[in-house]
Design a protein around this ligand. Structure first.
Ligand code: FO1
Length: 321
């Protein structure tokens, strides 16, 4: 078995599940060897501030600042600023804590000073003591828009304001066709020994990343071990609305459906032991399945899942070489 700590890993990530997996990964592989291509489809502008929730969830989790109970925001944050804004007449539907606000203020300041989102993200990460490379998939406009029975909604309006209640009729990644991948994206994919698709919502979190020019075709052509972890266990999303949305789009919520999303490039799929009955069907579409416990309820489980994932990727690579 190769020394896992020497591997260069590039991960596609969005949301809380991804951040938990990555928290385990940085205990297995040094931070300097980890590149993370982050979703920006969830980004929003509020009170004139640029907010990148999926980048911040990764940043805060890896810097051990995240509110563990919610999986986003800062642990023990206060909400004085938001309370005051609500006195001024704003609807405080998006819960921005006082400490969290500093990140959005600094990011917006950097963007207004002429930095790209990638450069601003690098600055934030380094100031938080992180050595990972967190790369927004694009510096251009890219927004996930939900068409629903309540009309056109931005991602956060659907997800937070309306609590995922509207029925989803369609999803569009606005700007994806024109958006250029940010400068570090292909470098990170080319340098990687292993490419990981984190246990994120394949439609809402990984979907916007794969929609950016050239990324999906790079993965299709790549001979590298590409491994994904299923975010669906026993027909239920571990977090978020992936299962509900799949049903509304006429798909069966299952690890098999996730595998279908990635079938044109995925080599290995990490599926929860509770879904052992799906192994045969997934392998029929040409993807090797490794069964393990994917519920990341503690740091030690996050580490174990990261280790299992890298081992599975290397095993398939050695078989194919
Ligand atoms: N999620 C919520 O469910 N409610 C919120 O009010 C909320 C605020 C928020 C503020 C900053 C941030 O970085 C994330 C925040 N999230 C909130 C999480 C976020 O909406 C989603 O988890 C992601 O966009 C999906 O990955």
């Amino acid at each position: 078995m190769e020394d896992l700590s020497k591997l260069k890993v590039t991960a596609l990530a969005g949301g809380v599940g991804a951040a938990k997996f990555l928290r385990g990964l940085i205990e297995v592989v040094p931070q300097e060897n980890v590149s993370i291509i982050g979703n920006v489809g969830d980004d929003l502008t509020l009170y004139g501030l640029h907010i990148s929730p999926d980048l911040d969830i990764v940043m805060y989790t890896l810097a051990d600042l995240v509110c563990k109970e919610k999986g986003w925001g800062i642990e023990e944050d206060s909400f004085n600023c938001l309370n005051m804004l609500s006195r001024y007449g704003f609807d405080p539907w998006f819960k921005l804590g006082d400490t969290d606000l500093a990140t959005h203020i600094y990011r917006t300041y950097l963007l207004k000073s002429g930095l790209t989102l990638s450069q601003a993200t690098l600055e934030l990460c380094r100031k938080l003591g992180l050595k990972i490379r967190l790369i927004p998939v694009t510096d251009d406009y890219l927004r996930t828009v939900i068409y629903s029975d309540a009309g056109r909604l931005t991602f956060q309006e659907y997800f937070v304001k309306m609590k995922c209640e509207p029925k989803v009729l369609g999803i569009v990644f606005e700007g994806a066709e024109e958006a250029e991948p940010s400068s570090g994206v292909f470098e990170a994919l080319e340098e990687a020994d292993v490419i990981v698709l984190c246990p994120s919502n394949p439609i809402l979190s990984i979907g916007p990343i794969l929609a950016v020019k050239g990324i999906r075709s790079f993965l299709r052509r790549s001979l590298k071990p590409i491994v994904a972890i299923s975010p669906i266990v026993a027909g239920k999303a571990l977090k978020g609305p992936a299962d509900k949305i799949m049903l509304e789009l006429g798909l069966k919520p299952s690890a098999l459906t996730v595998a279908e999303f990635y079938r044109d490039f995925l080599k290995v799929f990490i599926v929860d032991v509770r879904d052992g009955n799906l192994k045969f069907e997934v392998e029929q579409i040409g993807i090797k399945v490794v069964l393990t416990d994917t519920i990341m309820s503690s740091l030690s489980k996050q580490i174990t899942l990261a280790r299992e994932t890298l081992k599975a990727a290397l095993e398939i690579h050695n078989i194919n070489c």
